[in-house]
Design a protein around this ligand. Structure first.
Ligand code: KG4
Ligand code: ZN
Length: 328
């Protein structure tokens, strides 16, 4: 069965056709990064307007690239949240229109669950319980996965998400947006031991994360630095943040008896992060493929296929966008 996936939770408009939840036939992503660069983050109203302009051209490209005609599509999966309300409405409206017009089921999926599923879709038999780690611009989650669809929240951030922190540090250091890849690039030239930064600790709930103190420490240390020192600061920040996340995730995997770890979300593009996990993880660790780390619609279509197997009729037309939909 061919599923069309649609993703518009934040600043990527994406569409994809996936066969049987596994084979990606197209994965089209229109990034709005250029549009939001001058704000140093996503401007929701501007994002919504761009989604409206790009959503149908992106869907048309995804269909064309897949070689599958609209008549062959067996369902339309869409990210219903979490995300920004305006952008979610655009994706959901497009999905509803197509589902109604083509007479196929509508499947609303959770964007965070899809990030995790991106790391699982190539695994024949995932071993449960597993630890899910979602690290992106909007989300920082440690989850216990008992089975596909059954999640228990272990920890999250009490302030900024990890990717958001990378973006803010990039802005402090005068780099562009999105900041994560630029901080990683600069960090390669720096000494991670130069600045003694400390990760945030949440005493009341130790599995939670806090990154705003670390960001402020970077801000204070960033005054009047030369180019070399800036690279040292980027490297020190990256090492502090990533080794903290890795250490906590590894402790959680052991504490909650997890047999494997699955990682997804934009920050998992970071090579230092994957090196740390491969080096330290107490159990086998799986990352989403490179094309599926950042926001994309293939992960939405693939997860949608599995949801449709559970509920063959899909959702009704009154499916609402849920900007803060929980997972677990
Ligand atoms: O998953 P994603 O596309 O969007 C959300 O669901 O939020 O993640 C985007 C985030 C941005 O904050 C970006 O700076 C971060 O992922 N990111 C990185 C890297 N590549 C992207 N962070 C650190 N290192 C990277 N190489
Ligand atoms: Zn995402």
């Amino acid at each position: 069965m061919y599923i069309l996936g649609i993703e518009s939770t934040c600043d990527e408009t994406a569409a994809s056709v996936v066969k049987d939840g596994k084979t990606i036939l197209s994965n089209v992503i229109a990034s709005q990064a250029d549009l939001h660069e001058k704000y140093g983050g996503v401007y929701p109203e501007v994002a919504s307007r761009r989604h409206i302009e790009t959503i149908f051209p992106v869907i048309e490209s995804a269909l064309l690239e897949s070689g599958i005609s609209a008549k062959e599509i067996g369902g339309v999966a869409v990210a219903r949240g979490p995300g920004l309300m305006g952008p979610l409405i655009v994706g959901l409206s497009a999905a509803k229109g197509l589902s109604m017009g083509w007479g196929v089921p509508l499947i609303g999926v959770n964007h965070v669950e899809a990030h995790l599923y991106a790391a699982m879709m190539d695994i024949q038999e995932p071993q449960f319980p597993a630890l899910g780690v979602v690290l992106s611009g909007g989300h920082t989650f440690l989850l216990k996965i008992s089975s596909l669809g059954s999640y228990e929240m272990i920890g999250t951030t009490v302030d900024d998400a990890l990717g958001e922190t990378f973006d803010k540090v990039a802005r402090i250091l005068g780099l562009g947006y999105p900041g994560g890849p630029l901080v990683e690039l600069l960090a390669k030239k720096g000494d991670p031991k130069k600045f003694p930064l400390k990760p945030g600790v949440v005493r009341a709930s130790p599995w939670n994360f806090s990154f705003s103190g670390l960001k402020t420490a970077v801000l204070l240390a960033s005054k009047s630095l030369n180019t070399e020192e800036k690279a040292d600061l980027a490297a020190s920040f990256q090492e502090t943040a990533l080794s903290h996340v890795c250490k906590k995730a590894c402790e959680a995997a052991t504490h909650f008896g997890c047999k494997e770890m699955y990682l997804g979300g934009g920050v998992t593009m970071n090579k230092r992060l994957s090196a740390l996990f491969h080096e330290k993880a107490p159990v086998p660790v799986h990352f989403a493929g490179k094309a599926l780390c950042l926001d994309n619609a293939a992960m939405i279509a693939a997860l949608g296929f599995h949801k449709l197997k559970e509920t063959p009729k899909g959702h009704t037309m009154d499916l609402e966008p849920l900007p803060r939909i929980p997972l677990g």
